[in-house]
Design a protein around this ligand. Structure first.
Ligand SMILES: Nc1ncnc2c1ncn2[C@@H]1O[C@H](COP(=O)(O)OP(=O)(O)OP(=O)(O)O)[C@@H](O)[C@H]1O
Length: 385
C-alpha cells in the first residue's frame, strides 16, 4: 500500500496543501520548524486517529484557521491510498472541528468526522485502512519510559492489523472506566458495590480482556523472533534482544480471568481500582538477559528501539501481506554515515513507501539521493526539488 496523495487544510502550519507522493522513498528536507514532521504527523493521525505530540486535539488546527461562514475553525486531512498496484484507490478523511459554546465562545473541545471513500464512518473503522510505522526521536522512551509506552506500542501495532483488536481494546477501556468508577465510588461512600453489579462488569472486562491478552501474547512471540534478527542486523552484535510479555494475570480464557478477579475482590474493593488485566501489563525488553531500559548503553537502547520499530513493520507485513508506510522523523541525523547507509539498505525495499525528514541533505550519499524523490519544505509549503 502507498499514499499517492495527501491533502491538508488548516492542519498545524499547513493552511492549504495538495501533495502527490511517490510509491518509493521520499525525503522532506528544510530548516527547523519548516513543517517536515507535520507531514508525518498528518499520516500518523490518518492511520491511527491519534496525535503524535498534541496534548489536546485542538492544537492540530492551524492557529490562523478562522472557519467558514460562521462555522467553527476546523482542520481537514485527506489521503488517497493505492492498496495494491491494480486495486481501486481509496480515500480516507478526518475533519477536526472546534465547537461553539452556548454563549458563542469557542470551547476547548473538538469534534471529529471521519469518512472512508466519502462515506461517514466511526474512528474504529478508519484504523487499519492506512498502516504506518513511525520512527520518532522520542522513541527511546519505548525502552526507557513507563510501561504505558510499551503497551501503546503493542496496541498501535495490533490495532492497525486487526479490526477486532481495536474493538476489543476500546470495549475493554470503556468497561475498565465503569468498573473503576464503581469500585472508587463505593469505597468513597463507604458502601460496598453490590456483588451483582461487579459480576456484570467482571464478565464484560474478562470477555474483552481475554482477546486483548491473547493477541498481545501472540504478537510478542512473533515480535521477539523478528526483533532478535533485526537487532543483530542493525548492531552487528551477537547479544540477544529478547521480548517477553509481562502479564498481571496468567488467565487465558474468560473463566480463569473471572476467577483471578474474584480472588482479588477484597483488595480491589479496598483500593477502589482494577488491579489486573491488560491495562497493567508490560513488555520486557532485554539484551543479554538484562532490561535494556535500565542496563543498556545509549547506543544499545537506540538500536533496540530501531529493531522494535522494524519488527513492527515486519509483523504488519507478515499478517496483512502488505508493507506499511514507514515514517522516519529526523532519525538518520542521529546516526553516523556508516550506520545510516546500513539502516537504509536494511529498510529500502521494492514496494515500500518511506517518508523521511531531515534538515540536511549532506546526511545522505549522492547515490542514495539520486534514487529517491526530494521535497523541499519551507514554512508550510512544499516544493519538489
Ligand atoms: N496549530 C498550529 N498552527 C500553526 N502553526 C503550528 C501549529 N502547531 C505547530 N505549528 C508550527 O508548525 C511549525 C512546523 O513544525 P514541525 O514540527 O513540522 O517542523 P519541522 O520542520 O519538523 O522542524 P524540526 O526540524 O525542528 O523538527 C512550527 O513552527 C510549529 O510552531
Amino acid at each position: 500500500m502507498y499514499v499517492s496523495r495527501l491533502q491538508l487544510q488548516d492542519f498545524r502550519i499547513y493552511r492549504s496543501l495538495v501533495l502527490a507522493l511517490p510509491p518509493g522513498v521520499c525525503l522532506f528536507y528544510g530548516a527547523n520548524a519548516a513543517g517536515k514532521t507535520t507531514i508525518l504527523e498528518a499520516l500518523y493521525y490518518l492511520a491511527t486517529t491519534r496525535s503524535l505530540r498534541a496534548s489536546a486535539e485542538r492544537e492540530l488546527i492551524a492557529l490562523e484557521a478562522t472557519g467558514d461562514l460562521g462555522l467553527a475553525p476546523f482542520a481537514r486531512l485527506a489521503a488517497s491510498l493505492q492498496p495494491q498496484p491494480d486495486a481501486e484507490m481509496q480515500t480516507i478523511e478526518i475533519v477536526l472541528q472546534r465547537k461553539f459554546g452556548a454563549d458563542g465562545d469557542l470551547l476547548p473541545t473538538t469534534s471529529k468526522t471521519i469518512r472512508i471513500n466519502k462515506i461517514a464512518r466511526r474512528a474504529l473503522d478508519l484504523i487499519g485502512q492506512l498502516r504506518v510505522v513511525m520512527f520518532a526521536p522520542q522513541d527511546l522512551e519505548l525502552v526507557t519510559g513507563a510501561p504505558a509506552e510499551r503497551r501503546r506500542y503493542l496496541d498501535v501495532t495490533l490495532s492497525q492489523i486487526d479490526g477486532r483488536y481495536v474493538r476489543a481494546l476500546s470495549r475493554y477501556n470503556q468497561v475498565l472506566t465503569q468498573r473503576n468508577g464503581l469500585l472508587r465510588s463505593s469505597r468513597e461512600r463507604g458502601r460496598a458495590a453490590s456483588e451483582q453489579d461487579l459480576a456484570f462488569w467482571d464478565e464484560e472486562l474478562a470477555k474483552a480482556g481475554v482477546y486483548v491478552l491473547r493477541e498481545r501474547r501472540r504478537a510478542v512471540t512473533e515480535l521477539d523472533n523478528l526483533a532478535q534478527r533485526l537487532y543483530a542486523e542493525i548492531s552487528g552484535s551477537d547479544l540477544a534482544l529478547r521480548l517477553n510479555y509481562l502479564d498481571t494475570t496468567p488467565a487465558h480464557d474468560v473463566p480463569s480471568f473471572l476467577a483471578a478477579l474474584k480472588e482479588l475482590r477484597r483488595e480491589e474493593r479496598e483500593r477502589g481500582v482494577t488491579l489486573i488485566g491488560p491495562h497493567r501489563d508490560d513488555l520486557s525488553i532485554q539484551l543479554a538477559e538484562r532490561e535494556v531500559g535500565s542496563f543498556g548503553s545509549r547506543g544499545q537502547q537506540r538500536a533496540s528501539t530501531l529493531a522494535l520499530r522494524l519488527a513492527e513493520a515486519e509483523l504488519m507485513h507478515a499478517r496483512t501481506g502488505d508493507r506499511p508506510v514507514l515514517l522516519l522523523d529526523d532519525l538518520l541525523s542521529e546516526l553516523d554515515q556508516k550506520r545510516r547507509e546500513h539502516l537504509l539498505t536494511t529498510i529500502v525495499r521494492p514496494q515500500q513507501q518511506i517518508l523521511i525528514t531531515a534538515t540536511d541533505l549532506d546526511d545522505f550519499s549522492p547515490s542514495f539521493l539520486s534514487q529517491i524523490t526530494r521535497m523541499n519544505v519551507d514554512q508550510g509549503q512544499i516544493f519538489p526539488a
